[in-house]
Design a protein around this ligand. Structure first.
Ligand code: ATP
Ligand code: MG
Length: 453
């Protein structure tokens, strides 16, 4: 049964994880698809601007300048490294116009996302008439040189075009390579905006499925516990009924036996046994009926009396009734004499239930305290024992009807699991509360609180 349940939970968790995985994958795909669409859009728009005649004429501004510098270099008027320096000077001179042109050309796209482009130099090689090639710049080995556009880190950009410009008008054959990168800086914000509907809906759906799952498992566990409690109760009550019933059956057999006829002593004895067992059965049934009541069905007839006197008298009577020298009770009772408004009969039943439990579950040294808790304006009555204690995992169930802790070492204690339930109902009917503090093998402390009226 437990195995089946565990398998069911494991499968449900796996299904849930698979569902999350699939949903995550779908969202990721949508993200990628959207990004692709944006990239294609931006790329097309950039190509349109880049290939326009105006931009082309700007390109020729620095190209012409570069060719002139090459001629000066050939004549020995400038040095090789000056070629790149002068190229940079020229491109930065024309860059503002280039940027402006781009921004104008991409105005429509810029409304939707912040797109930037930059053109960087990849390599410049000169080949002389003898076929010797001199690589005067190589981006792979040297610092990046930006020619045109707005700067951003290369790794943030997407390479959209590599272009080669070749020229053999100068004494050298020129091979001038450049690359264009595009960058959309607010990707994440755009995607979040675009996918927000989908993300919210998926999160809600996910939350809904998880709550449904949690609710079902909790319900299942509760039903399992209730089923177990019911079986335990039936076992306990059958056990409790067995002894008086078998004694009754022996007594009736005695009465009907030939041997007893005329023997008034035996007849009387048997009748007394029947009477005692009858009372025991009656008490058991009354206990089940009475202790099963909910707090709404408990009709209190309250009186006002001195709390300290009440508790002291109750303890005196209780100790007399158990008449045991093994049980020591320490009293910690406030004697200022504050009026307690409660139903004496019911409150006594509640306290006696706690005292009975304290002794039944191994307590030999009890401490009963009574006083006023000023922080929450209540009377408190607490019973501390040094018995077997209750491990924390069971504590929240012990006030439930028919619940009994079913650890191996608690099997020896007889009971129906009604005492604490009924005690709680009585305290609830008084508008109060009951709580427990305990640790396995370290004893328990039950505290009743009743409001000061
Ligand atoms: P009943 O009181 O109906 O005869 P019961 O004592 O088993 O039966 P409750 O008084 O409701 O039922 O207690 C519920 C469970 O809480 C008990 O079965 C026991 O395991 C645990 N319990 C209650 N009081 C104590 C205590 N003082 N020390 C240790 N365990 C306790
Ligand atoms: Mg009990």
């Amino acid at each position: 049964m437990q195995l089946k349940f565990n398998v069911l939970v494991a499968f449900s968790v796996l299904t849930l994880v698979a569902l999350i995985g699939i949903q995550g994958y779908l969202i990721y795909n949508t993200y990628e698809l959207k990004k692709k669409t944006y990239t294609i859009d931006a790329r097309n728009a950039i190509a349109k601007v880049y290939n326009s005649a105006t931009v082309d004429s700007i390109m020729w501004l620095y190209r012409t300048d570069f060719l002139q510098n090459l001629q000066a270099f050939e004549k020995g008027n400038i040095k090789e490294q000056d070629l790149i320096v002068k190229l940079q000077q020229k491109t930065s001179e024309i860059n503002p116009v280039f940027v402006q042109l781009f921004n104008e050309g991409l105005a429509k796209e810029k409304e939707k996302y912040d797109v930037k482009i930059k053109k960087v130099l990849t390599s410049v090689a000169l080949t002389d008439s003898l076929g010797n090639t001199n690589q005067i710049y190589n981006a792979a080995k040297q610092d990046t040189i930006m020619l045109l556009g707005e700067n951003f880190q290369n790794q943030d950009g997407l390479l959209i075009n590599n272009s080669t410009w070749q020229d053999d008008q100068t004494p050298f054959k020129l091979n001038f390579q450049s690359s264009i990168f595009m960058n959309i800086s607010d990707w994440d914000a755009i995607m979040l905006r675009e996918l927000s509907g989908l993300l919210i809906l998926s999160s809600l759906l996910f939350l809904f499925v998880v709550s449904l799952f949690y609710y079902s498992i909790r319900n299942l566990m509760k039903q399992k516990r209730v089923a177990k409690i019911k079986t335990d109760f039936i076992n306990n009550i059958t056990h409790e009924l067995k002894t008086p019933l078998s004694t009754l059956s022996i007594a009736t057999k005695t009465l009907t036996s030939e041997h007893t006829k005329g023997n008034t002593e035996m007849v009387d004895g048997a009748i007394q046994v029947i009477d005692r067992q009858n009372t025991r059965l009656q008490k058991l049934i009354d206990q089940v009926l009475q202790s099963s009541l909910g707090y709404q069905q408990i009709h209190l007839s309250k009186g006002t009396f001195n709390g300290s006197v009440f508790i002291n008298e109750l303890l005196d009577d209780y100790l007399l009734s158990i008449n045991s020298s093994e049980i020591k009770v320490q009293r910690n009772i406030d004697s200022t004499g504050i009026a307690l408004e409660a139903d004496k009969f019911y409150l006594s039943t509640a306290i006696i239930n706690l005292l009975n439990n304290a002794i039944k579950y191994g307590g030999t040294e009890l401490t009963v305290s009574y006083g006023i808790d000023k922080t929450d304006s209540t009377h408190y009555i607490s019973i501390k024992d040094n018995g077997i204690g209750i491990s924390p995992k069971y504590q929240r169930f012990i006030f439930e009807k028919f619940y009994r802790v079913s650890e191996k070492d608690t099997h020896n204690y007889k009971g129906l699991g009604l005492g604490l339930y009924y005690t709680k109902q009585i305290i609830k009917a008084h508008g109060g509360s009951i709580s427990v503090e305990s640790e396995a093998n370290k004893g328990s402390l039950f505290t009743i609180k009743i409001p000061i009226i």
